[in-house]
Design a protein around this ligand. Structure first.
Ligand code: SF4
Length: 347
């Protein structure tokens, strides 16, 4: 793995203030706590976790839609805090986004050619024939044609709309694209087509992706590195291969248990393991404030888990895990959990 990060997060914290009906601050929700990771140039970092895990909040902080409470976001060597209140056009050009619902992010009253052409004019100053030619190139690059440029978003399927959203993101030749649940609303075969398209664009254009999804199987297919989020904490980080085949954290194991397997015997084993993992230690809930946030759901919970938040432990070969199961002598690549859940091989 090269060590040439396009983006680094260093101990990022993002919080939301809750207010009562008089506008007074009644509570603070810590949406992202002490999260650090790097996205290597020309690679894909997969950020996975359930709803409310903080993964989309991280995407919004990188897009400067949210202000971090603390910590740093460094893009291409530049600390985003140095931008002050306004985000420079050059940063907006280099960091683009593709969201889950392409229909709501595409202006329904504009033709596809106008939707893709608008950033070409704003960021690159293209107009007339040059802009028209570039729009056609982009449509063809995402598997559509010049004919589609004169049509409106409502005339396309979900997969085609996502291709249009990708073409618009690509228009300004970004270096990083944040794909936030970008394939979650698509059926399985369309998901595969869009992921294949993203992979081929990465090969040809050397773009990097932050790929955010709740689905570990999807993340595994496209990512070089995976970070697993739980209640605002990054609980595991490592190469996609290691995380998928030898998960170290019980929550990662639980996410893997929800990935269906083709082999019915293996699937049955997994179903049984999943039932075991779903045992909820309700007594542990009251301790979650000071202990491991996963303790209420963890089948391996120990007394120490209820009292101390596990510190991040470096994993041999790269990455980290936050779990007391691994804290005796540092994390090992052989997980004590790995034999419990059968894991499908990557195609
Ligand atoms: Fe489970 Fe304890 Fe590890 Fe948390 S620290 S995931 S409760 S074993």
């Amino acid at each position: 793995m090269s060590h040439d990060p396009i983006l680094s997060l260093d101990q990022l914290h993002v919080s939301f203030l809750k207010r009562d009906f008089l506008g007074r601050i009644s509570d603070t929700l810590h949406a992202v706590k002490d999260v650090s990771f790097e996205i290597e140039s020309h690679q894909t970092f997969g950020l996975v976790g359930e709803s409310g895990s903080g993964k989309s909040t991280i995407g919004k902080a990188i897009l400067r839609l949210l202000k971090p409470e603390r910590g740093k976001i460094i893009f291409d060597g530049e600390d985003l805090q140095s931008f002050g209140l306004f985000t420079p056009l050059s940063y907006r050009k280099q960091v683009q986004a593709v969201f889950q619902d392409p229909y709501s992010s595409l202006n329904p009253s504009h033709t596809v050619a106008n939707i893709i052409g608008e950033p070409l004019t704003r960021h690159l100053g293209l107009s007339g024939k040059a802009r028209q030619q570039r729009v056609i190139e982009l449509l063809e690059r995402v598997g559509l044609s010049a004919y589609h440029g004169g049509r409106y978003p409502i005339e396309f399927s979900g997969g085609q709309r996502q291709r249009i959203a990708i073409a618009r993101a690509l228009a300004v030749e970004p270096r990083l694209i944040i794909c936030d649940e970008a394939v979650s609303a698509l059926d399985v075969s369309t998901q595969a087509q869009v992921i294949n398209l993203l992979e081929s664009l990465q090969r040809d254009l050397a773009v990097s992706y932050l790929f955010i999804s709740h689905d570990l199987a999807v993340v595994r297919h496209i990512s070089h590195t995976i970070g697993v989020m739980y209640l605002g904490n990054m609980v595991e980080l490592g190469s996609a291969e290691r995380v998928y085949e030898r998960p170290l954290h019980p929550y990662t194991e639980m996410l893997l248990a929800s990935v269906p397997l083709a082999n019915p015997i293996e699937q049955q084993k997994r179903r049984m393991a999943r039932q075991q993992l779903r045992r909820v230690e309700t007594n542990a809930r009251k301790h979650v404030e000071r202990g491991c946030p996963f303790a209420p759901r963890c089948p391996y919970v120990m007394q120490v888990c209820l009292e101390q938040m596990p510190a991040p432990l470096a994993v041999e070969g790269g990455g980290m895990v936050r779990c007391h199961l691994h804290s005796a002598n540092g994390a090992e690549l052989t997980s004590p959990l790995e034999s419990r859940i059968p894991v499908p091989k990557k195609d």
